[in-house]
Ligand binder design. Structure first.
Ligand code: TXE
Length: 480
């Protein structure tokens, strides 16, 4: 199954005719090829976007809103096809793609179809000076959107929807590891009536295709989600070009559990926040801290629940844990399990690769629970990004707050307590861009989304996203 680039509303081969294998991780086999686009392909995509920009940026908000709603509706209509494509490309359970990934991709477009009709600006009267100021928020022009392999269509559309809603035209690159649903989005955009050239999708490696987008002199803003190291590289390339940058990077998120929590709710949600999407979500609570008085009980109950999770082929209806996204990622995650002893840890559950019947060559790993003695160990300091969590006890708020904040990342925290004063104290002092209290991954798309420290720069979501994708201009008129 060869897929093509989507440029100027058409599906085209890469100019240099370079291709990369596309794997189905659940069976460990190549099932297609994707373009490894070069700078020439990116230039062609840029030219299409540039030509489409004058008309698109002058399209009425009502017209833009209608087209984005069409895209949202068509994604919903094609849920089954898109979910199957996602599960095949990423290895995640089909049930998860159906319940989360694809519906959220549709919501991303519907949300910004509505938001753009409500996005306003400010005026400031210079009283006594006979002057009036108003702020224009104009689209930037051609922008670049680069997304990762963990939530492919979900994160791809989370960038594209606000970018085009705000009147920009886009050169977008999905991860080369999970290109399929991005490819299918092209046809949906044509069917939805999106004018050609407004969205262009180029496939290929980050170091070639992604790099060409970031260093293109006229692509004036880059919205990126992916690894922290890659984000730092992109910032080095883009900074001297004074491009606007939105960087959503890795996380090493604390899950802090006090004894006064709603225990059953906490336990069920903690299994999800630990292992959803095989733990390949930057928001997963990968460092679990439990108040001493319930630590032994939690340890026993949590290990029991984790042992009941079903590892299987993503297309089996009762699969909870599918395949990891690639062989190299499986090896990377396993390399952390292999150092548990030397890091002073103890594997309480899991830790082994799994051979799934009928999918023997797939990339499967048991959900793994590791007890650690110190927050300073590599297992608590580095993003593993797989079905691996650590647990350790704490005895006071001060102690757990210090450990929670003592990492380079600052994306999200989860806090389980019913004590209001403690909730406010902890929420105000946790160094993360998001704090979930008595829940996890409950998402209101109006809220600012993103992290601090090594988890990135800038925020996505709601009007934050529309501000990122527009340039504010102050117009000051003297009339007296
Ligand atoms: O991200 P990459 P990957 C973390 C997680 C994971 C690590 C690598 O730790 O193990 O990042 O994951 C493109 N110029 N997260 O491989 O490599 C690349 O082609 C321009 C957290 O997915 O950063 C892909 O499209 N683009 C994250 C995208 O960047 C480049 C979710 C992400 O690739 C590039 C996923 C370059 N030089 C991984 N190099 C989160 N926060 O959600 C790569 N790319």
């Amino acid at each position: 199954m060869n897929i093509k680039n989507y440029i100027n509303g058409k599906f085209v081969n890469p100019i240099q005719n370079q291709w990369i294998d596309n794997y189905n991780p659940s069976v460990g086999e190549v099932y297609g090829q994707i373009p490894n686009s070069t700078q020439e392909d990116v230039e062609k995509a840029y030219q299409s976007a540039k030509e489409a920009f004058p008309a698109w940026s002058n399209t009425t908000l009502a017209e833009r809103s209608k087209i984005l709603s069409n895209i949202a509706r068509l994604i919903e209509q094609k849920l089954a096809i898109l979910a199957e494509a996602e599960a095949k490309d990423n290895g995640k359970p089909l049930s998860l793609a159906k319940a989360i990934d694809i519906p959220r991709a549709s919501s991303n477009f519907q949300f910004f179809a509505d938001a753009i009709t409500q996005f306003s600006s400010e005026a400031h009267e210079s009283v006594g000076l006979g002057a009036m100021n108003f702020t224009l928020r104009q689209p930037i022009g051609v922008v670049g959107c680069i997304s990762p392999w963990n939530l492919p269509l979900y994160l791809f559309t989370w960038k594209i929807a606000p970018a085009i809603a705000a009147g920009n035209c886009v050169v977008a690159k999905p991860s080369e590891v999970t290109p399929m649903t991005a490819y299918l989005l092209g046809e949906i955009c044509n069917e939805a009536g999106l004018p050609k050239g407004v969205l262009n999708i180029v496939h290929g490696l980050g170091t070639t295709t992604g790099q060409a987008i970031v260093e293109h002199p006229n692509i004036k803003a880059i919205s990126f989600t992916g690894g922290t190291k890659t984000g730092a590289h992109i910032a080095r390339v883009a900074a001297p070009m004074f491009k606007k940058l939105s960087l959503e990077l890795g996380g090493k998120n604390p899950n802090i559990i006090f004894a006064d929590c709603n225990y059953e709710d906490m336990l069920a949600t903690t299994v999800r926040s630990s292992f959803a999407n095989q733990g390949q979500i930057c928001l997963c609570g990968s460092r679990i801290f439990v108040e001493q008085s319930i630590y032994e009980k939690f340890k026993k109950d949590f290990v029991q629940k984790v042992s009941e999770l079903k590892i299987g082929n993503p297309f089996e209806v009762d699969t909870n844990i599918g395949a990891l996204v690639s062989k190299q990622h499986l090896e990377k995650v396993k390399s952390y399990i292999d150092i548990v002893e030397q890091e002073g840890g103890k594997i309480l559950q899991g830790g082994n690769k799994v051979e799934v019947k009928g999918s023997e060559k797939g990339y499967y790993l048991q959900p793994t629970v590791i007890e650690v003695k110190s927050n300073q160990c590599k297992l608590n300091q580095e993003e593993i990004f797989g079905p691996v969590v650590t647990i350790m006890p704490f005895t006071s708020e001060e102690e757990v707050l210090a450990m929670a904040n003592d990492v380079t990342y600052g994306l999200s925290s989860t806090l389980w307590t019913n004590n209001l004063q403690r909730t406010m104290r902890m929420s105000k002092n946790l160094h993360t861009g998001i704090v979930w209290v008595n829940t996890w991954l409950l998402r209101d798309l109006r809220t600012p989304f993103g992290g601090q420290k090594a988890s990135g720069v800038g925020r996505e979501g709601g009007f934050e996203a529309l501000r990122f994708f527009t340039e504010p201009k102050n117009v000051c008129i003297k009339y007296e």
